[in-house]
Design a binder for this molecule. Structure first.
Ligand code: ADP
Ligand code: MG
Length: 285
């Protein structure tokens, strides 16, 4: 599935100058894992809502597999099934009296048979790590925040999207919840061949998971490249008031202090090897 954003602009108000997304161009290809970062208000959430037709560009186009999302001939229901969007705090949108019904809501809307809906709910709950028998009849409102988030994500997965977009899915989760979420995303990308677009403030998460990183500022994409390329733009990132992944920050400081080591490493084990190697090379007898 190919997503093309062509010179797209979006304004929430008529006023001049207030453009949440501003003349943005972007192509997303099959099976990419994209990390999207940027300061609060830079336009990330607006951009991802443009991608599945939830909002339409004020000018410019969003084309999915050749279909212009602004055209009245385009089947937006089908597009939204293929491009799943997990909102920020998706648990706020749970509303059914049972977990089963909440996860089944989307598949039922697709007109699937009761058996197919059952299969999808089972698989989606299993993917997010909730036991079907134990949870299906419970009210989503009696769960912990982390479990509610899992139910909400299961509701999107039950649609079997080809592209999964998640807007700050780890916000407010505890370390265990974040770990589980990362494993889920890795699995969906590797085993289910999903294209993933992840918005996160956690640069470690972005650096380790993504094959491509986009940085937004004032409604535009200002950096676009492999994690190592983007996170080596120290000055630019500082200008945008964005953090580096912690490991990069440590390696950069050591480098500034005279240690000749690579700074494009995001795994703690590799970083230790790099530092130890350099210390061995420079050790005096
Ligand atoms: P981000 O997700 O990067 O924090 P947003 O896409 O939410 O950025 O916001 C981009 C800009 O659009 C900001 O200036 C924000 O204030 C504005 N904005 C976002 N949502 C609305 C809205 N519902 N109504 C008016 N302005 C909005
Ligand atoms: Mg946002």
């Amino acid at each position: 599935m190919l997503i093309e954003v062509i010179n797209a602009t979006y304004s929430y108000t008529e006023e001049h100058g207030a453009k949440a997304v501003n003349g943005l161009n972007l192509t997303i290809s099959d099976h990419e894992f994209i990390g999207l970062v940027g300061h609060t208000g830079s336009g990330k959430s607006t951009l991802v809502q443009l991608l599945n037709g939830l909002i339409k560009p004020t000018c410019g186009q969003v084309i999915v597999d050749g279909f212009d999302l602004s055209s009245s001939n385009t089947n937006l229901k089908e597009i939204r099934q293929k491009i799943g969007l997990v909102f920020q705090y998706p648990e706020h949108q749970l509303f059914e009296e049972s977990i089963y019904n909440d996860v089944a809501f989307g598949p039922r809307n697709l007109g699937l048979s009761a058996e197919e809906v059952l299969e999808r709910v089972k698989e989606a709950l299993q993917l997010v790590g909730l036991d079907f028998e134990k949870f299906k009849d419970r009210s989503p409102f009696n769960l912990s925040g982390g479990q509610q988030r899992k139910v909400a994500i299961a509701g999107v997965l039950a649609m079997k999207p080809e592209v999964l977009i998640l807007d700050e899915p780890s916000a407010g989760l505890d370390p265990m919840g974040r770990k589980q979420l990362i494993r889920l995303l890795q699995r969906l990308h590797r085993d289910y061949k999903m294209t993933i677009l992840l918005i996160s403030h956690r640069m470690e998460e972005i650096a380790r998971l993504s094959s491509r990183v986009l940085v937004m500022s004032s409604g535009e994409i200002v950096l676009d490249g492999k994690p190592a390329e983007v996170f080596s733009q120290f000055e630019k990132l500082r200008e945008l008031a964005l953090d580096l992944p912690e490991i990069s920050e440590i390696l950069r400081r050591l480098n500034n202090n005279g240690l000749k080591i690579r700074t494009d490493i995001f795994h703690i084990g590799q970083a230790i090897k790099e530092i130890a190697g350099e210390l061995r090379r420079t050790r005096k007898c």
